[in-house]
Design a protein around this ligand. Structure first.
Ligand code: NDP
Length: 397
């Protein structure tokens, strides 16, 4: 039915290409492109699909992207390289008449700042071109936003309190590693925290607030308040929300490593001079840390990510918890990648499927919670990320 261009051969890209290849009726032709083409070649060696090819691309180079898109003529680009490339890929999509999907909002390289304003500014241009851009279609953002839309549609008249809880209860056996791109991950978690309360953002120090939360099938874990990008679109799209927060678990060993990394300056994003060469400390650190794509082999345990929600239904207060648990081992057996890549890549494939089958298709730039959550929720169950829900539960938050 449709040709798709997938950009970015990391852990997430590996899952996206594997999952798309399982649906050749929808993704009839796949071009898998990344900066290092040998990574694409290695991944597709193990993939069974009648029409799959690879290419080298620098996704920060708009003319190169335009050339690639004009020759392959995809209907959609699934962008799972890095957030630095969101705008260049959107520009090329506009020039070539191609729809767009990503899993992380744009971030300038020289400032760790996550907000949708840059991409929302493309709204009129996408509308006028008759093209759609679907933003943040991974797990968080992505499924957490769809869980919220599902809760708003089926469980509440008004959502008042939203707490997104993200636990990685897995163990990869390494002293220190990040579960997705280390540079992006460390930039994100070392920022000041932020949450929404009574119509405004409240800023916190990094790791200032901690709660012990109990996660299904995992147990109690220290969970820290962070800023996370889906909060921005969710409070806009669900204006009854009085407070929205995001919590992520971190072990003490991880936090100790992180503190040392910061204290010795290795989390810096300003270039420094080293023997006459400019290097960015955090980029150098990425080069010596384990590749997140290589963590799958011995990864045991599960992730558990969900939304804990309090609000009003039929005039009465109601609590609701919706979540998914994903086994690192099962993810690895199916796709060769660990659970964090899996929980990001599967929703990206489903979002692409929603667009290409016209279930979610309208010109403009959208966040995932702006569409009907029902067909997406069904596909989560069918394609590897089954979800659970409980009503009237103690939310602990
Ligand atoms: P990786 O670092 O493993 O992979 C990124 C890939 O992108 C690499 O193969 C890299 O190529 C490629 N790449 C980098 N720069 C360019 C460029 N200029 N042109 C072309 N390709 C490039 O990251 P992950 O797979 O772990 O994560 C991918 C994305 O998913 C990130 O944007 C991350 O923020 C997002 N994410 C979203 C989540 C969600 O739930 N919404 C959760 C986790 C991740 P090379 O190897 O040659 O450098």
């Amino acid at each position: 039915m449709s040709k798709v261009l997938i950009i970015g051969a990391g852990g997430v890209g590996q899952v996206v290409v594997t999952k798309c290849a399982q649906h050749p009726d929808v993704f009839t032709e796949i071009l898998f492109a990344s900066r290092t083409v040998s990574k694409c070649d290695k991944i597709v060696e193990n993939i069974d699909h009648p029409n799959i090819s690879t290419a080298a691309i620098d996704a920060e180079d708009v003319p190169a992207l335009v050339k690639l898109m004009k020759s392959f003529q995809p209907k959609l680009v699934i962008h799972v390289a890095l957030p630095y490339q969101d705008l260049t890929i959107m520009d090329a999509c506009l020039e070539c008449g191609v729809h767009y999907l990503d899993t992380a909002n744009y971030e300038p390289k020289d400032e760790a700042k996550f907000e949708y304003s840059w991409q929302w500014a493309y709204q009129d241009r996408f509308k006028e071109a008759g093209l759609m851009a679907l933003l943040g279609c991974g797990f968080d953002p992505g499924v957490t936003s769809i869980f919220t839309a599902h809760a708003a549609k089926h469980h509440f008249d008004e959502i008042h309190y939203l707490d997104i809880v993200d636990c990685n209860g897995g163990d990869h056996g390494k002293a220190f590693a990040t579960n997705f791109n280390p540079e992006i991950n460390i930039r994100e978690i070392t920022q000041k925290g932020r949450y929404w309360e009574n119509g405004e953002w409240v800023e916190t120090e990094p790791f200032e607030f901690k709660k012990e939360l109990n996660y299904p099938n995992i147990g109690v874990r220290d969970s820290y308040l962070l800023y996370h990008e889906e909060l921005e679109s969710l409070v806009k799209n669900f204006p009854t929300i009085k407070r929205a927060r995001f919590w992520m678990t971190f072990g003490q060993e991880y936090l100790t490593h992180l503190r040392v990394i910061q204290n010795i300056g290795m989390a810096g994003i300003e270039p420094i001079d080293y023997n006459g060469q400019q290097i960015v400390p955090l980029q150098f650190l990425k080069a010596v840390l384990p590749d997140p794509g290589s963590l799958g082999d011995n990864y045991v345990g599960e992730t558990s990510i969900g939304c804990r929600i309090r609000g009003i239904k039929d005039g009465k207060e109601k609590t609701y918890y919706v979540w998914n648990n994903c086994s690192h081992k099962k993810a690895f057996e199916e796709t060769g990648a660990q659970g964090v890549s899996y929980t990001t890549g599967v929703p990206a494939m489903i979002g692409a499927m929603m667009m290409l089958t016209d279930q979610w298709m309208k010109p403009g730039v959208y966040n995932v919670e702006e569409f009907n959550p029902d067909p997406f929720m069904e596909k989560l169950n069918a394609y590897g990320l089954a979800w659970n829900e409980e009503v009237g539960v103690d939310l602990e938050v």
